[in-house]
Each structure stands twice: as C-alpha cells, then as structure tokens.
Design a protein around this ligand. Structure first.
Ligand code: IPE
Ligand code: IPE
Ligand code: MG
Length: 225
C-alpha cells in the first residue's frame, strides 16, 4: 500500500463558491482560510502524512484586481498570526515556499516569525506556497547554481529548489484539470486527483476518501510490477 507522505493541494474555487451564494469573492477566501486550518489539523493527526504543501498565492495571481490582492495579503497576515498557537499546539512546522520578497515588509516579518517560532516542531510540515510559481522557482535555482563548477546533479538541483521533496499525491479542487505552474519538478511522479468540490466545501472526509484511493494505486515509477 502506498503511503501519502507528501500531499500537495491546489486550493481552487474560493471565488466561485462565494459568487454562487451571491457574495463577494473575498468571502470565499475567508471561508477557504478556515478549510486550510481544518485540513492542516487533520493532516497533523494522520500517521502517514509528513508534508502538506498548499498553493495559497501564485506568481500569476498578481494579475487579479488590486483590492482582491490586498485582501489576500491581509488575510494571509491575520491567518498566520492567529494560527501560530495552533501550529505550536499541533507540533506543525511552517515552511513557506515561493519568493516572498515581493510581499510587504510587515507580511514578510509575520512569515519569518511563524517560521522561526515553529522551527523546532517535528510533526507535520505545512508549506504554504506564497508568490510561488514553479517556473520562477526553477529559474531561481538555476541562477543560484550558475557558477557551480562541474556538472549539476539531479540531487543538487532538487536541493536548491524551495520545495526539495517529491510529491506523492497532488489534489486540485474546483473542477479544473491543470497544474497552474505548481510543483512541476516535484510532481514528476505524483498521483493526480481532481475534484469538482470547491475549496471552501472541501472536508477532511473528502481528503480521507482520496487518500484511501491513492493507497491502492499501483505506482510503477517506470518499472514493472
Ligand atoms: C483559489 O481560489 C485561491 C487563490 C487563487 C488565491 P480562486 O480565487 O482562484 O477561486 P476561483 O477559481 O476564481 O473560483
Ligand atoms: C491556482 O489557482 C493558484 C492557487 C490556488 C493559489 P488559479 O485560480 O490562480 O489558477 P488558474 O488561473 O485557474 O489556472
Ligand atoms: Mg481559481
């Protein structure tokens, strides 16, 4: 049976969830943040899951209306501040990925505080992908390695990425079947699961069902069974 050691989720559908109820898109983001909390707690109590990597803001999401982007930044700041005691209680280590240098100094400070204060936690690692784009991550890694002498190995390259771990199970909510620039290198052999459920409606029970299916998939990694 497979073990869902590293789960990555493209948390999509917040805006549509809100619009379906006649609410503003940002209400969907608020509801989505609560789901991040529930799913993280569920994963922190799951015996197999070591890493949960959640797509929160992409390098392309800056294209959205200014007010929505500003709301997302404020929401992220308050989410992290409120969650710090919860991370500590659940022994969760917070490790952001993505290029957070584009964020305000205040938000960068909050991110750093939560990262440092949870650095000793040795339970689940929750990574939020913040101003993350896989192509940007790969380019930044290449630039870091450009003066390396000799050949760059696969291991060296992986270790230079923000996210150094292969993904076992990649889930996208919200009905679309695309990766939207998420973990392109790390998902090389991930099992992909797509659900129509919009992120604010996604529950730990939904995740449990997907994990159950995943455990039974025959993963061959190019070999034969
Ligand atoms: C995902 O939900 C959250 C972010 C990208 C920040 P969306 O905001 O993309 O919701 P839809 O896809 O428009 O419904
Ligand atoms: C992907 O969702 C990014 C996040 C979930 C943060 P998008 O809604 O931005 O992706 P597209 O635009 O549908 O590909
Ligand atoms: Mg979307």
């Amino acid at each position: 049976m497979n073990s869902a050691t590293h789960i990555a989720i493209i948390m999509d559908g917040n805006g549509r969830w809100a619009e379906l109820q006649g609410k503003k898109r940002v209400k969907g983001h608020e509801a989505g943040a609560k789901v991040v909390k529930n799913i993280t707690t569920f994963c922190s109590n799951h015996p197999d899951i070591e890493r949960l990597t959640l797509y929160a803001f992409s390098t392309e999401n800056w294209k959205r209306p200014r007010l929505e982007v500003e709301f997302l930044m404020k929401l992220l700041n308050s989410y992290l501040k409120n969650e710090l005691p919860v991370y500590l209680k659940n022994n969760v280590r917070f490790e952001p990925i993505g290029d957070v240098r584009a964020f305000s100094k205040q938000l960068q400070k909050t991110i750093k505080i939560v990262q440092e204060d949870t650095a000793h936690c040795d339970g689940l690692v929750q990574s939020l992908a913040l101003n993350y784009g896989s192509q940007d991550e790969i380019l930044r890694a290449m630039n870091k390695l450009k003066n390396t002498e000799g050949e760059i190995t696969q291991e060296m390259f992986s270790n230079t990425l923000d996210c150094k771990y292969n993904v076992d199970l990649l889930i996208r909510t919200g009905g679309d079947h695309r990766l939207s620039n998420y973990l392109l290198w790390q998902a090389a052999y991930a099992e992909l699961f797509f659900t129509d459920t919009l992120w604010p409606d996604f529950t730990p029970q939904d995740l449990e069902k997907i994990i159950k299916k995943f455990t039974k998939v025959e993963r061959r990694f190019g070999g034969l069974k």
